[in-house]
Design a protein around this ligand. Sequence first.
Ligand SMILES: [Fe+2]
Ligand SMILES: [Fe+2]
Length: 314
Amino acid sequence: MFRLFPDLSEDLLLNLFHKGIHAQWSSRDLDWESPLVFTEAQCRSLGRILTPVYLGEQSAMLGAAAILPQMAEAGESTAQVYLCSFMMDEGRHFEALTRLYHHMKQEPIPIRQMPSMLRYHHRLRQGDRVDWVWGILISDLFAKNFYQMFAKSQPQALFGDMSRRVLQDESRHQAFADHYLKAAIRQLPEERLIALRIMRDDLLRIMETMHVQLREDADCIDLDGASFLEHLVTDISQHAVRIGLDQPPDGPGRRPRPAPLAKTVDLSSARPHHRPKSSGRRPQMAAPTEPAEDCDTCYLAAICHSRLARAVAR
Ligand SMILES: [Fe+2]
Ligand SMILES: [Fe+2]
């Protein structure tokens, strides 16, 4: 698995890595004195509507850490190097949004109030590195469409400026995902392609659920959730064609894909709910007695399955 002297060829992924290095920024580069242009009620709604995006930043960062060894094992050296810059980007977005929450004196929606977020991130964890890159592309497109609205509508305001900077990072992420998936999809059998399409439909279905729950908040900040989702679906479809997952709508070959039947997302492999023991000993993970979404720590464990999450659980 470990190669001391791998071949780091000058490919697009290495190029994206170098671009990322030269485009570094942090929340300290933002002007925190610039106006928010939101009323107090709108700040509350923005804090709520931002929650899936905020969790997406964390999920991307943690997911990349879990995928890195798979890329090493496959000898994908330039993808490994690129992914390190991706983690830095997502870490930066996570930190900047955390600071924004504090600045607005708001908090994200707790997971227990919106368990669809847990389902979304659990769905992203299923499969191998190709599934993950596809899921991350979908999440990045969601984030891109979201940030784009603010970057365009309020370029002088604090969140508009932050959004503009995040978008520059996201464009590299999309270029990576397109390139990586284009090469990977050529090698995949039809059943894997079907699985990727089902994953897209699962993620979109969960996004719709979130949209319904956040409709009032969207109205409060003049965000048209329905057209947002419509635009997102078009964007994802275009990328699916670009990477070779789908045929162009009027192209030869496959027929238009029928929508799969509603599919329940299986939470059975999510880390079980835990409770601290009063014995003074380090608490052990208990057998699952409640759905994982009842506990924010379980959510974290479910999205990363890492020692970090188990440490948080203690
Ligand atoms: Fe991000
Ligand atoms: Fe991203």
